[in-house]
Design a protein. Structure first.
Length: 285
């Protein structure tokens, strides 16, 4: 459900524009060439991503204002799928032999191992004092939430199907769920315990990302994978970027959207602007 090429797009569109469609304009290359880069995460003017170097993935940061690049990990084992909130960076790390979740304070440089279970802990997302991830301690993947301040961890889903790829904004978690034998987008409210559907439609929907009331995801309903979105109230989603190549793993913050594709045959990072469309729907890049 997730790929490795990143494109970054500036989003200058109100949530109301989702109903009428959006188009992507002014795409500009931000990080290109070898090695491959992918799995974007955004906060403010900072882009976190994974980079393939010497056959392993490391976590990197790019300051979109200054162009400064900072390496966060450099172990012999993979570090993948970063998530960023203020000066807190989390990722999936394989240095212990299986996937665990690590946290780095970007201000102090302090690094903490958050999980140490016997299973796989994947797909971390961070917001405030909370980290959410997917874990298969019971055989299938469920979602867990950890409070950084208190050290407490709790299970938040317990369905026989898999729940993966959570995104977190405030009290709201959106995630990919295959309980209907096809990946769909669901929502869980940490404050109320409510769980509900966001987008249930033929074709796989995965890799969701959030900003406020906006949810975006990768969708296979078309001939190629595209980026679709809707508000938290739910719906079938409108196309944000589709064709001519597969688009994967969107991330969104403020006026910036990120995703990856392989239009050039390698994994690259781009910038662009998303604006309100004319209601026609699909946008191409």
């Amino acid at each position: 459900m997730r790929g490795w090429v990143v494109i970054l797009v500036v989003v200058c569109v109100a949530l109301a524009a989702i109903a009428g469609g959006v188009v992507v304009e002014n795409e500009t290359a931000a990080v290109t060439g070898e090695p491959d880069q992918g799995e974007p995460a955004l906060y403010g003017d900072v882009l976190a991503y994974q980079e393939l170097d010497n056959e392993t993935f490391d976590i990197m940061l790019l300051d979109l204002t200054t162009g400064e690049v900072r390496r966060i990990t450099g172990d012999a084992d993979d570090s993948m799928y970063p998530s960023l909130y203020e000066d807190r960076l989390v990722w999936e790390d394989y240095r212990g032999g299986s996937a665990d979740i690590y946290l780095c304070n970007l201000t102090t440089g302090d690094e903490v191992r958050i999980t140490n279970g016997s299973g796989e802990e994947l797909d971390p997302a961070v917001w405030g004092d909370r980290i959410v991830w997917a874990e298969n301690r019971s055989g299938n993947f469920d979602l867990f939430v950890h409070n950084i301040a208190t050290g407490e961890t709790a299970r938040i889903t317990d369905h026989p199907a898999d729940q993966r790829e959570p995104a977190l904004w405030g009290d709201v978690v959106v995630f990919a769920d295959n309980r209907y034998d096809d990946w769909d987008i669901f929502l869980y409210d940490l404050s109320t315990g409510e769980e509900r559907e966001v987008c249930i439609i033929p074709g796989a929907q995965g890799s969701p990302a959030m900003h406020g009331d906006l949810v975006v995801w990768t969708d296979t309903r078309g001939e190629v994978k595209g980026i679709y979105g809707c508000t938290l109230s739910g719906g079938t989603g409108v196309p944000i970027l589709t064709g001519p190549v597969d688009r994967h793993a969107p991330a969104v913050r403020d006026d910036t959207l990120a995703w990856h594709d392989e239009r050039s045959g390698s994994q690259d990072i781009y910038l662009g602007e998303m604006v309100e469309g004319d209601g026609a729907g699909p946008a191409g890049g």
